[in-house]
Design a protein around this ligand. Structure first.
Ligand SMILES: NC(=O)c1ccc[n+]([C@@H]2O[C@H](COP(=O)([O-])OP(=O)(O)OC[C@H]3O[C@@H](n4cnc5c(N)ncnc54)[C@H](O)[C@@H]3O)[C@@H](O)[C@H]2O)c1
Length: 253
């Protein structure tokens, strides 16, 4: 019960990794609030059916005012939010290859990943200050740490940019007992990504598989547990770092 007594917001909490993390946070003792553009009612109903205290709002994280209103309402409903797991993001169905990428694709990927994380972090900070503690986990990716063949330039830029956001924010709020860290998952084959991976050229699929020293694809729980580690007091003296969770496919120098 490493998150007992915590109130955790999981953005993208109706998605593949976010849904598993929301369940993991609830199992670890947190009250869980889900923000997503779709699937919120189903995700909240699922957690409640298992006996957990949960709530949610349909919100586009690109809309700073809507995020603020939702976070205020969820804090009133569940208690002051002290944990933010900002999983909303991804390449969001945009093309991988440069010539196929439109300006709208670029805006979408940068706005959801970077501005969305910024809006959510800023909206939860007053409640973390009220609680006297806080933990924020941002979502980078192996695609922001190295030149992964799976995703394109906008995603690489967004996920690398999130590392700057993470470090700078960690410096700004550290004195208030609020920690900010990034997770950088390798490829986790959620239902959505299985299709994307299957559609890659064989050479690119092989490049990914052959470059994993642990020699296997991960299961989803192997992302959930490191996220809960960063969200909990188990990482109480860790802030401003990025945790690579990729089977060794990218090793930081
Ligand atoms: N699955 C992987 O292999 C992998 C690897 C590295 C990083 N990541 C990152 O992990 C996070 C979760 O990825 P996933 O694989 O679970 O993807 P997913 O598509 O299953 O989940 C993303 C969720 O975000 C929601 N979302 C999208 N745009 C939104 C918006 N504007 N406002 C609010 N919610 C929005 C979607 O509805 C979805 O439920 C993403 O940030 C992704 O980039 C995933």
């Amino acid at each position: 019960m490493k998150l007992a007594g915590r109130v955790a917001v999981v953005t993208g909490g109706a998605g593949g990794l976010g849904g598993a993390i929301a369940l993991g946070a609830a199992e670890a003792g947190a009250h869980v609030a889900i923000l997503d553009v779709k699937g919120v009612d189903e995700a909240v109903a699922h957690l409640r059916s298992l006996g957990f205290k949960a709530a949610g709002r349909v919100v586009d994280v690109r809309d700073g005012q809507a995020v603020k209103v939702a976070i205020e309402a969820l804090s009133a409903e569940l208690g002051p939010i002290d944990t933010l797991i900002a999983a909303a993001g991804g390449s969001l169905g945009t093309p991988r290859d440069l010539d196929d990428i439109s300006e709208d694709d670029l805006d979408l990927v940068l706005d959801v990943n970077i501005k969305g994380t910024f809006h959510c972090a800023r909206a939860v900070l007053p409640f973390m200050r009220q609680a006297g503690r806080g933990a924020i986990v941002t979502f980078s990716s192996i695609g922001g740490r190295s030149a992964s063949p799976v995703t394109g330039v906008p995603y690489a830029a967004a996920k690398a940019g999130l590392l700057g956001l993470t470090r700078r924010l960690a410096k700004e709020v550290g004195g208030e007992n609020i920690r900010v860290n990034a997770i950088a998952p390798g490829l986790f084959l959620t239902d959505r990504l299985q299709g994307m991976f299957d559609a890659l050229p064989e050479a690119d699929r092989r490049e990914v598989l052959d470059s994993i020293p642990l020699g296997r694809m991960p299961n989803i729980q192997e992302c959930v547990d490191p996220v809960l580690f960063l969200a909990s007091d188990e990482s109480s003296y860790i802030t401003g770092v990025v945790l690579d969770v990729n089977g060794g496919r990218f090793m930081a120098g």
